[in-house]
Ligand binder design. Structure first.
Ligand code: NAD
Ligand code: UDX
Length: 471
């Protein structure tokens, strides 16, 4: 097997872009080309002005500035990059299917298959194919089957190398990964291919953090890691509802249980519901696989994580309506935050979208401020739901660049993303400009230290005693 000198990554999205940037930064002697069909995305990756990269991630611009043009390239010429590469990462999207068998649950693998077929068509020498996308267990079998039938004598080794980065901390997660997981075939060639990929990561990570397993364990581990993380959020969210009616405080409970080293303190922040492109999709995928294999109890167990998450979003919206005297019709509700978490401009599956949908059905007027999400993205998120009249969206939704403008004359504020800047606002000024009584619905538990009640705000905090809610 020849040493890797040339890497190609198909898919320059939230995973492909940052991952290849760090691989290139840490391996200056390897040429890394990230390709995508989306021309505007590639144009943005090549933009001189690093503020205009297609993805906002703290630290990403610095890494791109260091490597781009040296050994990191972004291009739309997919065939050329495939042809030149010794190793090809597939990092395309694998959304939940919206049609046919498995609709609403199974992963849609059409983009993966297209990549495999394109590689099969173009490749003229042996290559290592790395599954970077999150895939159902045993997908490598299908990829292999397509690649093994090219008829041109090219050999492919298929590795699974799922990505564990979280958005908002992608660069930190990549540069200092807890672990890298590489699954491959237990054959001579399989082991050599795994070693090639180990070498790439070993240029910056200690060897004991690079795990090698069989392909199926690697594919499945990714789904399981996300299912466990999401399960923790749904668990603490379930407890948040219990806290609200028992005068227990969810943050105190989280701290108390998190001190147990077997439980640990992370991922215990009660919230308005988890979002992001991964958790829901990957759990649905796990549920679908389990059901397909006749493992109904396993499927039901994991499905409950999603059911709880939907419940949390619904009850937050209901709480707003109920507290505002059972009607939000024509009232102004200010949204602070639209991204699914702080430090990212990604809005996929963000709880804010669903809260907005429910309030719009109740005829509320919504004014949204998010420091990183653009207006066109917010409108497209709402239109994509397909449940709201586009005219109503236009009439009732406003997106502003100034948070004070968003909250001016509002009946209520809903905090839906935990952006740090929200706690730095002049809350006296905000209070003075709102319709009274002025309500705050904190869906992220960030206002505790602010003592908003001292300005006479009426504050609902998730997982806090219902007596703090004067509604
Ligand atoms: P994304 O939608 O941001 O990026 C995927 C890109 O692939 C798009 O730009 C699309 O245009 C491109 N693409 C699709 N088909 C193509 C083709 N045939 N040729 C060239 N380009 C093509 O998705 P993402 O968030 O980067 O996720 C990619 C994969 O990584 C998914 O399987 C996801 O589950 C997984 N993942 C995502 C995250 C995350 O935080 N976003 C974390 C870990 C794993
Ligand atoms: C997740 C996984 O963490 C990552 O390992 C995987 O590679 C991709 O999926 P991501 O979705 O980017 O990453 O962000 P994450 O930090 O996991 O947050 C997911 C959602 O859960 C967000 O909406 C976040 O606000 C929410 N969350 C997280 C909580 O509500 N409470 C918590 O305690 C933690």
């Amino acid at each position: 097997m020849r040493p890797t000198k040339n890497i190609c990554c198909i898919g320059a999205g939230y995973v492909g872009g940052p991952t290849m940037s760090v691989i290139a930064q840490k391996n200056p002697s390897i040429k890394v080309t990230c390709v995508d069909l989306n021309e505007s995305r590639i144009k943005a990756w090549n933009n001189e002005n690093l503020d205009n990269l297609p993805i906002y991630e703290p630290g990403l611009a610095e890494v791109v500035a260091e490597a781009r043009g040296r050994n990191l390239f972004f291009s739309t010429d997919v065939d050329k990059a495939i042809d030149e590469a010794d190793m090809i990462f597939i990092s395309v999207n694998t959304p939940t299917k919206t049609y046919g068998e498995g609709k609403g649950m199974a992963a849609d693998l059409k983009y993966i298959e297209l990549c495999a077929r394109q590689i099969a068509r173009v490749a003229t020498n042996d290559k290592i194919i790395v599954e970077k996308s999150t895939l159902p267990v045993r997908t490598a079998e299908a990829v292999k089957s397509i690649l093994d039938h090219t008829g041109n004598g090219v050999n492919f080794q298929i590795l699974s190398n799922p990505e564990f980065l979280a958005e908002g901390t992608a660069i930190q997660d990549l540069q200092n990964a807890d672990r890298v997981l590489i699954g491959g075939e237990n054959t001579e060639d399989g082991k050599l291919a795994m070693q090639e990929l180990v070498n790439i990561y070993a240029s910056w990570l200690p060897k004991d953090r690079i795990l090698t397993t069989n392909v199926w364990s690697s594919e499945l581990s990714k789904l399981v890691a996300n299912a466990f993380l999401a399960q923790r959020v749904s668990s603490i969210n379930a407890i948040s509802e219990l806290c609200e009616v028992t005068e227990a405080d969810v943050q105190e409970v989280a701290k108390a249980i998190g001190k147990d080293s077997r439980i640990g303190p992370k991922f215990l922040n009660a919230s308005v519901g988890f979002g992001g492109s991964c958790f829901q999709k990957d759990i649905l995928n796990l549920v679908y696989i389990s059901k397909s294999l006749g493992l109904n109890e396993v499927a039901d167990y994991w499905e409950q994580v999603i059911i709880m998450n939907d419940h949390q979003k619904n009850r937050f919206a209901r709480k707003i309506v109920k507290t505002l005297y059972n009607t939000v019709a024509d009232k102004k509700i200010a949204f602070l935050g639209w991204a699914f978490k702080k430090d990212t401009n990604d809005t996929r599956e963000s709880a804010a979208i669903y809260i907005a949908e429910k309030l719009l059905h109740e005829q509320a007027n919504i004014t949204i401020y998010d420091p990183k999400v653009k207006e066109h993205q917010i409108f497209s998120d709402l239109e994509y739901l397909g449940t709201l009249d586009p005219e109503i969206i236009k009439q009732r939704v406003r997106v502003v660049n100034d948070p004070y403008l968003a909250m001016d004359q509002a009946h209520a504020i809903a905090i839906l993303t935990e952006w740090d800047e929200f706690i730095t606002y002049d809350w006296r000024r905000v209070y003075d400009k709102m319709v009274k009584p002025a309500f705050v619905f904190d869906g992220r538990g960030i206002t505790d230290g602010l003592n908003l009640e001292k300005y006479d705000f009426q504050v609902f905090r998730l997982g806090k005693s219902i007596t703090t809610n004067k509604g």
